[in-house]
Design a protein. Structure first.
Ligand code: BGC
Length: 751
């Protein structure tokens, strides 16, 4: 039997290479040739994606059952599946379409490989705090290597949605609040996933999502409506998508929200005018989970059939879990409401991605059990995960150099999360197994650090499931007394607090972004018996913790750091690694300040007045708790001698001296911001336009150079036209978005 299958495989591979493989005739010809052989149903089938038969990452649709899906696979009416993984499962489905369907067009296997597969790197927001593009790229590379070894050839990542609202749980999945940093990270992640050769068996197609404006979900509530003005769209939301397209991203996922009153899934302006026409995007658009069907719930279409019509016309090429295309596209073509040409265009985009992946040459190229066995969770990947985990940690406060820990000190460790081996994996833990993260306690053990541990209180009640609400413990304080006594009898107390792994991520919005449950109270109680408190935060979003900022001498933001979490945290606490991360998102003082972000516009009443009529709150400061770009080190960095020059072409070169004035080697992220002081359209008070991460030995000085081309000084008008205007600019360089040296320049012309 095995040998018969093998021969079948060989023959089919041969047929692929002769008829469809990457031979001399160009890909366009092959696609045209293949299209000419396809029936309308088979074409529509390529635009149809089914969820795997056993797992969901969204609401389970009533339509479709395993038997029907199986029949559709055999007929070649399925272009792709999601959530099917493992070589054995992938091979099984691929064999059905390859051997049993008329044309044997291989399937794409999509999955949310967000920050790793079995080896988990830090959540994307955390990785973004590293500002280390090489490490981020490498992390995506490893994710692709592991995912591809399990048969996956397409990831629904990176999420490149800019967001200014930490109430929205999905900020954990993105690059933060800034379009410049977000664009650089989008590029790094795509290059990592897709590698330099998409047809290799260890690279996978990437997806830039969610096009566009999902990060603007009103009041931070998940799946809420969105309203974005065009000026913001072009200048803030679209740049990372544009960077993704320029990096050859193979697919773009549309979004649940609205754009100008039309669901993004049905927006021709977004998907056709901007993405496909203006940007020449050559891949295909995948809908978000049921986003075609939901157009009717938005009140935009009368039924699923009209939703299918509008989504296809608007440029959504593949249907994820709406069952709209498979049910209605044929009828719509027959009624003349949709042209077959439009279908051909969508299908050829999908087929081209399959060609580029090399699936026509070998549909089983990702199905290799040996790779699967050897590559998942291997040592090299764990090492890389540790490397980026350390780099993602942000030191927020360190009064009197309380950190790093001193030898001989008696250490207490408090907090449920210190002992948690699952929460650090985050909410997109995909192929990983629960309980596989190194906990903080284990990390300290691994470095032979002695401590006394007391939980203090449970963070949540019971075991939390991916699809279920988290129930936070708000009553059981029975562990408080023991924790206080352990703290009281120690020289220094490490308190590990924050969010359970399922308190951020999709469908995990919060109105209150303080420490959940009893943790704030626990922290205050501990602080009342010992003032040497180190607060180690674990969370998937910025938190509003003003009391801690005022009363706790040392605070370390560790996000959710993935498989190697505890080791990375222990290395930072002990000083084995000197922290170097910088915040990719502003931390507010209170929820009432949201949206709060550094690249805001000036108001007409910015300055503090002796009367009340200026832009402020009567009960809170305007400033954030910690600004964008902020992060400390165990060493001290001194900035001096800033110099800025412009030439006749309007190019700017800037430099600054950076000295490590402390006593340990450390890395600093030097940041450059600009302000276009007066322009036809008001520009932000600051815009990040460059950054460099450098490592300096104690006493070492380096001159850091930046150059800005004309493009970096321009912006988009609300019509989407890019303009560069002459005049005065502030050029600012420094350690974070608030602490900067400024030089004003005048650009007389751009040639
Ligand atoms: C999410 C997408 C994800 C998809 C498939 C949706 O609910 O919004 O980001 O890729 O599910 O899991």
């Amino acid at each position: 039997m095995a040998s018969k299958n093998y021969i079948l495989l060989l023959v089919s591979s041969l047929i692929y290479s002769i008829t469809l493989g990457q031979s001399s005739i160009g890909m366009d010809n092959k696609v045209t040739h293949l299209l000419s052989q396809m029936t309308l149903e088979e074409k529509i089938g390529q635009m149809n994606q089914y969820n795997g038969f056993w797992e969901v990452t969204g609401p389970t649709p009533k339509e479709g059952n395993a038997k029907e899906k199986y029949e559709h696979l055999k007929k070649g009416w399925v272009g792709s599946v999601l959530n099917v993984r493992g070589v054995e499962n992938v091979r099984k489905l691929q064999e059905i379409v390859v051997n049993e369907s008329r044309l044997g067009i291989p399937l794409l296997f999509g999955s949310d490989v967000i920050h790793g597969y079995k080896t988990l790197a830090p959540i994307p927001l955390a990785e973004s705090a590293s500002w280390d593009l090489e490490a981020i790229k490498n992390s995506a590379r490893i994710a692709a290597i592991e995912a591809s070894a399990t048969g996956i050839n397409w990831t629904f990542a990176p999420m490149v949605d800019i967001s200014r609202d930490p109430r929205w749980g999905r900020v954990m999945e993105g690059g933060g609040e800034d379009p410049f940093l977000g664009s650089a990270i989008a590029k790094a992640r795509i290059n990592g996933f897709q590698g330099s050769d998409l047809s290799a068996n260890n690279t996978i197609a990437a997806t830039a999502k969610h096009f566009a404006g999902y990060g603007w979900s009103e009041s931070g509530r998940e799946y809420n409506t969105t309203s974005v003005d065009d000026y913001t769209l072009y200048n803030v939301i679209l740049p990372p998508f544009k960077a993704a397209v320029d990096s050859d991203v193979q697919t773009v996922m549309n979004s649940f929200g609205l754009y100008n009153g039309i669901p993004a899934t049905g927006s021709s302006k977004l998907q056709r005018d901007i993405l496909k026409d203006r940007w020449n995007f050559e891949g295909f658009v995948i809908s978000d989970w049921a986003s075609i069907k939901e157009m009717t719930l938005h009140g935009h279409t009368v039924d699923l059939k009209e939703a299918a019509e509008k989504a296809a016309i608007a440029g959504s090429d593949m249907d994820m879990e709406s069952y709209a295309y498979i049910k209605h596209l044929k009828e719509l073509v027959q009624e003349g409401k949709i042209s077959e040409k439009l279908i051909d265009e969508a299908v050829s985009r999908i087929l081209k991605v399959k060609f580029r992946l090399g699936l026509f040459e070998d549909p089983y190229k990702y199905c290799n059990e040996t790779r699967e066995q050897n590559l998942l969770y291997n040592e090299v990947h764990q090492k890389a995960a540790l490397d980026i985990a350390k780099k993602s940690i942000v030191l927020l406060k360190n009064d009197n150099n309380l950190l790093p820990l001193q030898k001989g000190n008696k250490i207490a460790v408090i907090g449920d999360l210190a002992d948690d081996k699952t929460s650090p994996l985050g909410s997109w833990r995909i192929g990983s197994d629960d309980e596989t993260a190194i906990s903080v306690l284990e990390g300290l053990d691994n470095l032979n650090i002695d401590y006394n541990y007391s939980r203090g209180c449970k963070l949540v009640e019971g075991k939390v499931e991916f699809t279920q609400e988290v129930i936070v413990n708000t009553t059981d304080k029975t562990g408080f007394e023991e924790a206080k006594s352990v703290a009281e009898n120690s020289d220094i107390v490490i308190v590990v607090l924050g969010e359970h792994g399922f308190m951020s991520g999709e469908a995990r919005s919060r109105t209150d972004i303080s420490l959940p449950g009893l943790q704030q109270e626990l922290l205050e109680e501990i602080r009342s018996v010992n003032s040497n408190v180190v607060l180690v935060l674990m969370n998937g979003r910025p938190l509003a913790i003003p009391w801690a900022e005022k009363n706790i001498p040392a605070i370390v933001e560790t996000w959710q750091l993935g498989s190697q979490s505890g080791n990375a945290i222990a290395e930072v606490l002990t000083g084995k690694y000197n922290p170097s991360g910088k915040l990719p998102m502003t931390f507010p003082r209170s929820v009432g300040q949201i949206p709060i972000y550094y690249n805001q516009f000036s108001t007409g009443r910015q300055e503090k007045e002796s009367h009340v009529f200026w832009s402020h709150y009567i009960d809170e400061e305007n400033t954030p708790l910690w600004p964008f770009g902020y992060g400390l080190s165990y060493t001290e960095f001194e900035y001096s001698n800033m110099s800025v020059k412009t030439n006749n072409n309007g190019e700017v070169s800037a430099s600054i001296s950076l000295k490590n004035a402390g006593s340990s080697t450390g890395e600093e992220v030097v940041q450059l911001y600009i302000q276009d002081i007066k322009s036809s359209y008001v520009r932000p008070v600051k815009e990040l336009k460059g950054f460099k991460k450098v490592s300096l030995a104690p006493g070492e000085t380096q001159v850091i150079n930046f150059s800005l081309a004309k493009e970096q000084l321009g912006y988009y008008t609300p019509e989407g036209k890019f303009v560069s205007e002459t005049g005065e600019f502030n050029i600012m360089i420094g350690t974070n978005s608030q602490k900067l040296s400024t030089t004003k320049i005048n650009i007389a012309s751009f040639n």
